[in-house]
Write a protein that binds this ligand. Structure first.
Ligand code: DAH
Length: 340
């Protein structure tokens, strides 16, 4: 019987090594340790009929052979599975519970898109401080302390720091950037802004702007219009038109309202554009000589244009958001809509 066990071990070890598929290996296994037809199983079943002395010798030996065979089979199975890829994906595994995946905020989507567009046109993308000095937020932009424009841009102040404000717009970065980089310069500045607002569906105390400016020799209003047209067609398609209408801003001269043909009705007139066919998107104009002087530039030598657009407003138009407060509410049902 011992001889028989040795013979089984040798031949089965050879068969295991020779098996070149998982199905092959399964049949080797069944033929040796299978409950019904296994050769080794058959021997183990006869142990009960042996004398005690025989059992003492054959029993442990048979168990050892069984264990050795099981080890050989397990090792060969791992090899074959690694080659075939089987076992890596268990299709019987239960489906995972629904995960809360992150999504880009709608304003980030619009901001990244515009940053990419302007970077492709050679503009720098700059960042600026949200807690800004009154000097850069107002003073350098030709808005002195007694100017009525300060009323329209009331904001949050910092206790015991009367010269600091939460910035009301990103326009102050015109001067900061020109001080750092000098002219010629083309840059855009996306960023969060703050105002003391009684909030409702259209007004929010915290919102996002996107400022842009170009300063250099012989920069003209025509250049401004060209840039706005490129930006508008990028946002709303090739048939979009831009019109400029006079509007006062203290830091541009002339100051202009940049309007685009309504993205919903294409200019025919609808509820979104209040029947006018136009949407006000840009505040813009030629940079005021006082602003250039504040940036230590000579308005006789260089000129520039500036424009600002509301990223929050662009996102409202793009995603059809009716209430501006949604953007800051942290409501997952709102935020997860941009997952695709
Ligand atoms: N900063 C202005 C605002 O918050 C928007 C603006 C208007 C920016 C005219 C400009 C500009 O650069 O030229 O309402």
């Amino acid at each position: 019987m011992l001889k028989q066990l040795d013979e089984i071990l040798t031949s089965v070890a050879a068969a295991i090594a020779a098996s070149d598929s998982l199905a092959d290996l399964d049949s080797v296994e069944i033929n040796v340790v299978g409950r019904k037809q296994g050769r080794l199983t058959a021997i183990l079943k006869t142990l009960g009929g042996l004398s005690i002395e025989e059992k003492k010798i054959v029993g442990p030996r048979a168990q050892k052979v069984k264990i050795e065979i099981e080890i050989l089979i397990a090792a060969r199975r791992a090899e074959l599975e690694a080659v075939s890829g089987a076992g890596l994906i268990d299709i019987s595994e239960p489906v995972l519970p629904k995960q809360n995946y992150g999504a880009l905020h709608p304003i980030s989507i619009v901001r990244e898109d515009l940053e990419k567009f302007f970077r492709s046109k050679g503009f720098l993308v700059l960042d600026g401080p949200e807690l800004e000095s009154e000097f850069y937020n107002f003073e350098v932009l030709n808005i002195p302390a007694d100017h009525p424009a300060r009323d329209m841009q009331d904001t949050f102040y910092i206790k015991d720091h009367p010269s600091l404000v939460m910035r009301t717009h990103t326009s102050g970065m015109q001067v900061r950037a020109l001080e750092t980089y000098g002219a010629p310069l083309a840059a855009v500045v996306p960023g969060r802004c703050f105002r003391n607002e009684a909030t409702d569906v259209r007004h929010e105390h915290t919102f996002y702007q996107f400022e842009g400016f170009v300063v250099g020799e012989r920069v003209t209003l025509g250049d401004l219009k060209g840039v706005l047209e490129a930006c508008a067609t990028h946002l709303y398609g090739p048939s979009t038109r831009v019109r400029l209408r006079p509007k006062f801003y203290p830091f541009v001269e002339p100051g202009v309202n940049g309007e685009v043909t309504c993205s919903m009705c294409g200019g025919a007139g609808c509820t979104l554009c209040k029947g006018t066919g136009w949407l006000e998107i840009f505040g813009c104009g030629m940079i005021h000589p006082e602003v250039l002087r504040a940036a230590k530039l000579d308005p006789e030598k260089v000129s520039g244009f500036a424009f600002g657009l509301g990223l929050t407003r662009i996102a409202m138009l793009k995603f059809g958001v009716g209430d501006v407060r949604e953007f800051n509410a942290g409501d997952l049902n709102f935020l997860q809509q941009t997952i695709w």
